[in-house]
Design a binder for this molecule. Structure first.
Ligand SMILES: [Zn+2]
Length: 234
């Protein structure tokens, strides 16, 4: 806790004065453009990766960056559903980013469910569908270790789960909402994003930036980034 207290002191002294005006403006409400659904892992820092200021990202985090599929009243866990509904229906965000990462303890637990962690096992249970996808269709990028391969497949699969929410599907179909799968390679310190063109995760700066007509684009000039209707869950 000592480092947290020291951090709070640094915030008061160094950062709070710098943000006075911004927070005064934000006091009247938030208007984030993007929702970020990421793993709870301490090494994944969404605002750092997106250079995002307060008010710019609507963030949900949980073990293994899961979006439980919508099953109406039977939806396994409603907190993610509530956040998605609020972000889409009230905040009218334009993009949802699901972000996993290398060395994910949640992905390891999917491979070897920890017998003593009952809540973790229950939380991860809906992700067994991702394990099945990984086993039957194989990895997106075999150069990674098995748990990282599974993390990538799981992360991408969450876009399909997002589409089980009518509010998400409706806005995606109207072209008002885009879904993206990102993955943070911790040893490289690099954010990757799934490219349909490449069929795997590539540097996010290449995958997420819309190609300019005159510029040769990674992967032969095809469209990059992920729009939900084209996702095939692998
Ligand atoms: Zn993780």
């Amino acid at each position: 806790m000592r480092s947290v207290i020291e951090g709070i002191k640094r915030y008061e002294k160094l950062h709070r004065p710098r943000y006075t005006e911004r927070f005064a403006t934000l006091a009247s409400g938030q208007h984030p453009q993007a929702m970020f659904i990421g793993c709870a892992d301490s090494r994944l820092v969404p605002n750092l990766l997106a250079s995002a200021e307060p008010g710019e990202l609507f963030v949900v985090r949980n073990v293994a960056n899961l979006v439980p599929p919508n099953e109406g009243d039977r939806t396994a866990e409603p907190s993610v559903a509530a956040a998605v509904e609020y972000a889409v229906e009230v905040l009218r965000i334009a993009d949802i980013i699901v972000c996993g990462h290398s060395g994910c303890g949640g992905a390891r637990a999917l491979l070897e469910p920890p017998p003593s962690l009952e809540a973790v096992r229950r939380w991860l249970a809906p992700a067994s569908a991702s394990v099945e996808l990984w086993r039957t269709r194989g990895p997106l990028d075999p150069s990674y270790a098995e748990h990282d391969q599974l993390s990538q497949v799981t992360t991408l699969h969450q876009l399909e789960n997002l589409l089980t929410y009518p509010c998400v599907r409706d806005r995606v179909e109207r072209g008002e909402l885009r879904l993206h799968a990102c993955w943070f390679d911790i040893p490289a310190g690099r954010l990757l994003a799934y490219s349909e063109t490449a069929g795997r995760f590539i540097p996010a700066v290449d995958a997420l930036e819309p190609p300019e007509p005159s510029r040769p684009v990674h992967g032969g000039g095809r469209r990059v980034g992920v729009e939900a209707p084209q996702v095939d869950a692998r």
